[in-house]
Write a protein that binds this ligand. Structure first.
Ligand SMILES: Nc1ncnc2c1ncn2[C@@H]1O[C@H](COP(=O)(O)OP(=O)(O)OP(=O)(O)O)[C@@H](O)[C@H]1O
Ligand SMILES: [Mg+2]
Length: 357
C-alpha cells in the first residue's frame, strides 16, 4: 500500500515543501503492517552540498506479504532498503521520516537496539554474497555466530540448526559442507548460503536487494523459487528489490514502482501488470520482451531518469511521459484509483494504460 501523510520533508526547497501536503492515508481496517514507512526522505552530504535522493517514500508491508520494489537504476531502491536497517553511511546520510517495524520506531532506536533487530527480526540479502560472507570463516561458523548473537543456544545446538538451515535451502550434503569456506561454493550455492544466513534466526522480514542479478538464468529461477517457498512456509515477509518485473510477477503479491526517489505506484501485482496506474509503470511493462513480439523492436521509455540535482518542478516523469500535459507541472499527490491501487499522477483515474499481459 502506498501511503503518504503530512510531515514536512527534509530540506527547505520549494519542491520538498510542496510534497508535504495532501496525500492519501492508509485504508482503515487493514491488517497491522509489519513494516510501515512514512515520508522517508534520504539525502547525502557531499562536497557540493546536500543531495536529496528520496522524497517522502511511504509504503507498508503486511506480515508474510511479498512486495516487489521496481524502477530503473538510480531511482532510490537500494538506499531505501539500506536505510530500513540504518546501513547507510552515518557520516553523510541524512534520514528523515518514520520507519515502524512490528509497532516499534526504528528511527529513534539506539545503535545497540538496531543491531539486535538486524539479522534476528529483519535480515538482508544482497546481490553479491561474497560482500556479506567472511572468506576466513567456514559457512558453519558464520551461521552459528549469527544464531548465537541473537539466541542463547549451545554450540552443538547451533551447529545442528546451521546444518538444518543449509538443508532447508537445498544445499546437498549439508553435514560436510557446513565446514567449508565460502569460496568452496559456486555462485548459486553461495547465494543459498546467504539465504540460510538470512533465515536462520527466523526473521519477520527479509529485504532482498537484487539477490539473483549476478547469477545465471537457471540458477536465478531456482533461487527465486526457493525464496518464495521459504517465505510461504515460514510466514516471513519479503521486500524484493529488483529490476526484473518478471520476477516480481512470479514472486510477489504487490508491486511498488519507484521513480526518481519517489514511490509513484503501489498496486496488487496482477493489477500493476494488467492495468498499471502510473505511466512510468506502464512504460516499464511495455519495455518487457514478449514471446509474441520476438524480432520486433521493443518499445522503450525515451530519455533517462533525471539526476537528483536536476528534478523538474512537478511530476518527475513528465519529460518522458507520453501523457504529460496540463497539471503535470504541479506537485503530484497520491491518487487512490481504488482502495488497493495508488499512483502519484493526477491523471491516474482517467488514463487507460497499457500493461504487459
Ligand atoms: N552513499 C551514497 N552517497 C551519496 N549518494 C548516494 C549513495 N548511495 C546512493 N546514492 C545516490 O542515491 C541515488 C539512489 O541510488 P540507489 O543505489 O538507491 O539506486 P537504485 O534504485 O538501487 O539503483 P540500481 O537499480 O542501479 O541498484 C543515486 O542517485 C545514487 O547516486
Ligand atoms: Mg540498487
Amino acid at each position: 500500500m502506498l501511503v503518504a501523510s503530512n510531515n514536512t520533508a527534509v530540506g527547505n526547497s520549494t519542491r520538498l515543501a510542496e510534497r508535504s501536503t495532501g496525500d492519501a492515508q492508509p485504508v482503515p481496517g487493514e491488517v497491522t503492517p509489519i513494516l510501515d514507512v512514512r515520508n522517508l526522505s534520504i539525502s547525502f552530504r557531499g562536497r557540493d552540498g546536500v543531495t536529496h535522493v528520496t522524497h517522502n517514500v511511504s509504503f507498508t508491508v503486511a506480515p508474510g506479504e511479498r512486495v516487489g520494489v521496481v524502477g530503473e537504476s538510480g531511482c532510490g531502491k537500494s538506499v531505501t532498503g539500506l536505510s530500513l536497517l540504518r546501513l547507510l553511511p552515518e557520516r553523510t546520510a541524512i534520514i528523515d521520516g518514520e520507519i515502524r517495524f512490528d509497532g516499534r520506531d526504528l528511527m529513534s532506536m539506539r545503535p545497540k537496539e538496531i543491531r539486535a533487530i538486524r539479522g534476528r527480526d529483519i535480515s538482508m540479502i544482497f546481490q553479491e554474497p561474497m560482500t556479506a560472507l567472511d572468506p576466513v570463516f567456514t559457512v558453519g561458523q558464520q551461521l552459528i555466530e549469527t544464531l548465537r548473537a541473537h539466541y542463547p543456544v549451545s554450540q552443538a545446538e547451533a551447529r545442528e540448526q546451521a546444518v538444518q538451515a543449509l538443508k532447508d535451502v537445498g544445499i546437498p550434503s549439508p553435514e560436510t559442507r557446513v565446514d567449508e569456506y565460502p569460496h568452496q561454493f559456486s555462485g548459486g550455492m553461495r547465494q543459498r548460503v546467504m539465504i540460510a544466513m538470512a533465515l536462520i534466526c527466523k526473521p519477520k522480514l527479509i529485504i532482498a536487494d537484487e539477490p539473483t542479478t549476478a547469477l545465471d538464468v537457471t540458477v536465478q529461477a531456482q533461487i527465486i523459487d526457493l525464496l518464495t517457498e521459504l517465505s510461504e512456509n515460514t510466514g516471513t515477509a519479503l521486500l524484493f528489490i529488483t529490476h526484473d518485473l518478471g520476477v516480481v510477477a512470479e514472486t510477489c503479491s504487490r508491486m511498488i514502482t519507484m521513480y526518481a526517489g519517489e514511490v509513484v505506484e503501489s498496486s496488487p501485482v496482477d493489477d500493476a501488470l494488467r492495468r498499471p496506474g502510473h505511466p512510468y509503470t506502464s512504460g516499464l511493462l511495455r519495455s518487457l520482451p514478449r514471446l509474441s513480439d520476438r524480432g520486433s523492436r521493443l518499445p522503450f521509455i525515451p530519455g533517462r531518469v533525471p539526476s537528483p540535482h536536476a528534478l523538474p518542478e512537478g511530476c518527475s516523469f513528465q519529460d518522458r511521459c507520453p501523457h504529460s500535459g496540463d497539471g503535470c507541472e504541479r506537485y503530484q499527490a497520491v491518487v487512490e484509483i481504488d482502495p488497493t491501487r495508488h499512483a502519484r499522477c493526477h491523471k491516474a483515474k482517467e488514463l487507460n494504460l497499457e500493461g504487459a499481459v
